[in-house]
Structure formats: structure tokens, C-alpha cells
Design a protein around this ligand. Structure first.
Ligand code: FAD
Length: 288
């Protein structure tokens, strides 16, 4: 099922992101985690794609298994920073052949040692979006950044480029994680003012350990509100307390976003079914 149709029928949607196998998790473990999460009946699940392209096979396999065996609509991420245009097109067609109707079209982070930009690669995600639009009947998502993308000169400039990406054919957007809902609300105002009218799903990362937080900060430089900093300072070295406090913070953020009328909540689950389950338990009556 296409995500744009799900969004037409229901808001807010609740969706989960999972990542493919890595050094710490085998394919069987990822599939087992996905199956446990599927019990929560999210509206859809997304499967990430390594920027260097190495996860292709597993991204496609997991996204199609979610639909075929677990009955959960899925979206496969696709990056183009490390792969030539012709190959990216082939991969999108492979996704289509595997029954995947939804693609999150991304550039991917620039990789050390991999030439970029390059004449045989898409320069920005907007070009990939336009290409996928030509390839057939996909529902296409794009990424957006409430605090501005780290490479952008300014958030204003980033929003102008975002408008080009949406005009190239995005059906919806999903945000980078953020911890301050006021920033998100301000961003929504700014993008709507620039004529970006597609649904925007808020990306929420439940932070359940201090190491995860350090990694997030190095990747996204997300603004940490004082309330959040205090929580990490107090509970960062107490795993069980941090887990409980991190989930409570995410739930609080989600309820406030739903009260503000958000189109959807996309939970970065980090492949942890127990975190997804706890959040859903806390939202049960809110999303009825
Ligand atoms: P773009 O939209 O191309 O933007 C990248 C930068 O280029 C921005 O600074 C933008 O302002 C600028 N720009 C855009 N157009 C132009 C133009 N015409 N001229 C000059 N500058 C321009 N990464 C992965 O590797 N795998 C994943 O699965 C993955 N999933 C993600 C999911 C979400 C929801 C999000 C928010 C991010 C995800 N990422 C993933 C990270 C993403 O790939 C990086 O943030 C990457 O650096 C930017 O990708 P993009 O698609 O937003 O790029």
C-alpha cells in the first residue's frame, strides 16, 4: 500500500524505522525484531540503506518481507551518493520488481574516499526524486531537517532546496530527529509559508543510553533542550533509569506533537522492539 494513501485515510500515522544487519545484528535477528515490532501494528515500517550502498540486498529483502510475511506496508530507503545513476535506476527497478511501492529518496552522507559530486551521479536528492518519478508508480518520500541540514549555509537556503525536492515529486517528507518541538513547529510554519504542502512526519528518536546520545550529536548536532540535558546528566550512567527516562521524554514529545496536529510520527526504533512496545503502550488511548 502506498504511504500517501495511508496518510489520506488516517492521521496521525505511527511508523517505525529499522536498519538492516550490521556487525552486531544478523539478518535473522533483524527479522525477529521486525516481527516483534509488527505486533504493535504500525501504519508502516521503513528500512534504511547504507550510504555506501552495501545494504542494498538486505534493505530490499527486509522491506519486501515486512509486506509479504508480516502484512506491514513498508518503505525502502535508497541513497545515491556512492552509486552511479544507471545503477541507482536499476536498483529502483529491482525494488519495484520486489513489490516495493514506497521509496525514501536520499542523497546519503558524503563518504570519505568516494568521489562526490561526480558527473555520473545525481548531484542532490531532488534529482533522484525526479528520476524515480519517471520510473513508475512509486510513492516517494524525502528527508527534511527542522534545524537545517548540516551542510546548508542556512536553514532558509535549505528550505528553498527542499521546495525544489518536493516539486520534483515528493509525496511526503520525514524529518531528521529533533528534541525540541518548538523548533519543529517553527519549521512547519516556515516551510508552509514557502509553499511546501506535503504531509510531514516527525522523526522521533527515543534516547535510551548516553552513548547513543553522543553518536546522535556527532551526526546531527541536534539542539538539546535543558530538560533533556538534565535527564541525560542525571540518568546517563544508569542504563535502566536512562531507558525509562528516554522513553518518557519521547512519549511526551509525541503526545505534544499529536496535540499540535502532526501528520505522522516516525519512530527511530534502533531495532529495539521493547522500546517500540513501551512507546505504543503509552500512546494507546491517545491514538485510538
Ligand atoms: P539533499 O536533499 O540532496 O540535501 C543535501 C544537502 O544539499 C543539503 O544541505 C541541501 O540544502 C543541499 N542542496 C540540495 N539541493 C541543492 C542544490 N540544488 N544546490 C546546492 N545545494 C543543494 N542516510 C543514509 O545513508 N541511509 C538512510 O537510510 C538514511 N535515511 C534517512 C532518513 C531520514 C528521515 C533522514 C532525515 C535522513 C536519512 N539519512 C540516511 C541521512 C541523509 O542521507 C543525510 O542527511 C544526507 O546528508 C542528506 O540527504 P538528503 O537526501 O536530505 O540530501
Amino acid at each position: 500500500m502506498k504511504i500517501k494513501d495511508i496518510l489520506n485515510e488516517k492521521t496521525p500515522t505511527i511508523s517505525f524505522e529499522i536498519f538492516p544487519p550490521n556487525a552486531r545484528m544478523s539478518l535473522n535477528q533483524v527479522m525477529a525484531a521486525a516481527a516483534t515490532m509488527a505486533v504493535q501494528k504500525p501504519d508502516f515500517m521503513s528500512v534504511t540503506y547504507g550510504a555506501a550502498g552495501g545494504t542494498k540486498e538486505n534493505t530490499v529483502k527486509i522491506a519486501s518481507s515486512l509486506q509479504d510475511y508480516l502484512g506491514i506496508p513498508s518503505i525502502a530507503h535508497l541513497t545515491c551518493v556512492a552509486t552511479e545513476k544507471e545503477r541507482v535506476k536499476e536498483i529502483a527497478l529491482e525494488m519495484k520488481a520486489a513489490g516495493i511501492e514506497n521509496v525514501l529518496a536520499l542523497r546519503g552522507d558524503i563518504q570519505d574516499g568516494i568521489p562526490y559530486p561526480a558527473p555520473d551521479k545525481y548531484a542532490h536528492a531532488a534529482e533522484l526524486v525526479a528520476e524515480i518519478r519517471q520510473l513508475g508508480d512509486f510513492c516517494i518520500g524525502g528527508a527534511c531537517y527542522p534545524e537545517g541540514h548540516p551542510e546548508a549555509g542556512s536553514r532558509e537556503q535549505d528550505i528553498l532546496y527542499l521546495k525544489e525536492k518536493v516539486d520534483a515529486g515528493c509525496d511526503f517528507l520525514t524529518t531528521q530527529m529533533f528534541f525540541d518541538n518548538d523548533l519543529f513547529r517553527d519549521y512547519m510554519y516556515c516551510i508552509r509559508e514557502k509553499g511546501i504542502n506535503v504531509p510531514v512526519l516527525a522523526g522521533i528518536m527515543p534516547v535510551t543510553n548516553a552513548a547513543q546520545l553522543r553518536r546522535i550529536y556527532s551526526l546531527s548536532q541536534a539542539h538539546m533542550p535543558k530538560k533533556f540535558e538534565r535527564l541525560v546528566e542525571k540518568f546517563g550512567d544508569k542504563p535502566e533509569a536512562m531507558m525509562q527516562a528516554g522513553i518518557a521524554y519521547a512519549v511526551d514529545q509525541i503526545i505534544d506533537l499529536i496535540a499540535s496536529g502532526v501528520s505522522g510520527i516516525h519512530i527511530y526504533t534502533m531495532n529495539k522492539p521493547q522500546v517500540a512496545a513501551k512507546i505504543m503502550e503509552n500512546l494507546r488511548d491517545v491514538i485510538k
